[in-house]
Write a protein that binds this ligand. Structure first.
Ligand code: MN
Ligand code: MN
Length: 501
């Protein structure tokens, strides 16, 4: 064997298809689990994974990656980078760990589905490595924040978030369950690896690694770079699966899977990455606005890979691009307003300097979102922080599980997109969310949003305190303004009054 090059034996070694004698092919690979859509197994032989590796090569490289990431962490353990970082950066870390660490285990289940039920040997082989990758990511991203729990117990939510009914955790779970916990092997290949990973997470991790290095958090930078190299490999599982489907007359079905997955993933990115880039990142470290980032990577890069595969742009492409202007600003306002219901402390980031940056990047911001922040700022200056908290429940979208919101102030365009289905009225943030529901109503109809549960009497007592307890947030964990409202001081006409804040 050592005498042969990998290319000489790889195709034979990874081809583990055989003809079953004791059970039927259909019993071994039921269509509901394979998602092959009737494309016979023989047709899947043309599946050609672009990245080829062997198990010994994989193990050697992964061992080096782990050694690298853990040694950077150990070397910087006693540095004061963490203590001296801006509180906004801590919020990015907390939001990231809580919403993704345990989700990596979910991704491992998705990979395992492809390992067992993938129709192509190459898919099963790649997914085996992908499964090991995701296990590594979960372990790394639970281990790193664990060290920080003694400094700040909100970091405990890296472990805790997925096991609670906290609303953002429900939103993340609802999406990931849909895209890769409750899907066939082929659907997972398309929705998890092609749409979610190639389209979004790969970029998210590249961007985060750069931001971390810029902030001086080299521990986190090396962690996310280490993860990203795995993602860019196993994200390639979906492309060849799409090619097989398209070549066998299943383009419309493949297109729908891509469209649903991008629609759902976009919402999560808008609420997590949007505020992180345009608000939580200190202004001096911002390289690009979220909108510029989306235009460069999603419109510029991902659009090309869709077209190259022979797919069309999703029908809602222009509507989604229009949302780059406002949706994450609306989400940020909501996150800050409902800050007690979060496991991180949102940074308002609306000093005069920040507002000038926002107005430059998003012309009209002062006239719309700025109007809401004016009221919040005035209340804080008047010593009425109590007025900056909500007294009512938001209307949650029955698809994204995120409050329905859009442009406030002079550009007001907030609208519910309702749908009556089997005697129940569902509410949606946009035509896109409603369209996703309509593609498979049976799949989504029974889910109760947090507000649905509240109205059904499942949350007791029916007060904010009862809701916080239901969400698993102890008083020491619930979010607050990241900078303890110090940013409002910049608006005081009399600098001598600053100490009164
Ligand atoms: Mn991962
Ligand atoms: Mn992955």
């Amino acid at each position: 064997m050592p005498m042969l090059e990998r290319a000489d034996w790889y195709d034979i070694a990874r081809d583990t298809n055989w003809t079953p004698k004791y059970v039927s092919q259909e019993a071994l690979f039921p269509d509901v689990m394979t998602g092959a859509q009737g494309v016979p197994m023989a047709q899947w032989q043309s599946y050609d994974e672009p990245y080829k590796t062997s198990y010994p090569e994989y193990v050697r490289v992964q061992r080096e990656k782990d050694a690298g990431a853990y040694s950077v962490k150990a070397a910087l353990e006693r540095s004061n980078i963490f203590a001296s970082a801006d509180p906004g950066w801590h919020s990015i870390l907390k939001a990231h760990y809580g919403s993704l660490a345990v989700g990596e285990y979910a991704a491992m289940s998705g990979e395992a589905r492809m390992v067992r039920f993938g129709q192509a040997p190459g898919m099963r082989n790649m997914a085996t490595f992908g499964m090991l990758d995701e296990n590594r990511h979960a372990q790394l991203q639970l281990y790193y924040p664990h060290d920080l729990v003694s400094k700040d117990r909100q970091f405990d939510w890296a472990q805790k978030a997925y096991h609670t009914n906290e609303w953002a955790a429900i939103a993340v779970r609802h999406t990931l369950d849909d895209l890769f916990m409750a899907r066939s092997a082929t659907e997972t290949a398309i929705m998890l690896t092609f749409a979610f990973e190639t389209g979004f997470t790969n970029m998210q991790f590249l961007g985060l690694a750069a931001d971390a290095a810029e902030t001086g958090d080299y521990t986190f930078a090396s962690l996310v770079s280490s993860i990203q190299t795995d993602e860019s490999r196993h994200a390639q599982i979906g492309g060849p699966a799409l090619e097989v489907l398209i070549a066998n007359g299943r383009k419309a079905e493949a297109q729908k899977l891509v469209d649903v997955a991008i629609a759902r993933t976009w919402r999560l990115f808008a609420i997590l990455t949007g505020p992180s880039m345009d608000y939580y990142t200190p202004i001096e470290h911002r390289k690009q606005s979220f909108k510029e980032f989306m235009q460069e990577w999603i419109v510029g890069q991902f659009e090309r890979s869709l077209i190259e595969l022979g797919l069309d742009l999703p029908w809602y492409w222009d509507k989604m691009i229009a949302e780059f202007e406002f949706q994450h600003h609306a989400y940020h306002l909501g996150l800050w307003f409902w800050r007690k219901t979060l496991w991180w402390n949102p940074a308002a980031a609306v000093t005069p300097e920040c507002r000038a940056w926002l107005e430059e990047k998003y012309p009209g911001w002062n006239d719309t979102f700025g109007k809401c922040w004016d009221v919040i700022t005035d209340n804080l200056l008047a010593g009425r922080e109590d007025l900056t908290h909500p007294e009512t429940l938001p209307v949650l979208c029955n698809m994204s599980q995120i409050p329905i919101c859009a442009i406030p102030g002079n550009g007001w365009n907030v609208k519910d997109y309702p749908l009556d289905y089997e005697g129940r009225t569902y509410h949606f943030n946009s035509e896109i969310d409603r369209w996703v529901f309509e593609q498979d109503p049976v799949r989504y109809r029974d889910h109760m949003s947090l507000v649905d549960r509240f109205l059904a009497g499942e949350i007791q007592p029916p007060t904010l305190a009862g809701a916080l307890a239901y969400m698993g947030l102890s008083p020491a964990e619930m979010g607050d303004d990241a900078h303890k409202y110090a940013w409002a001081d910049a608006f005081r006409p009399d600098p001598l009054a600053k100490s009164a804040a």
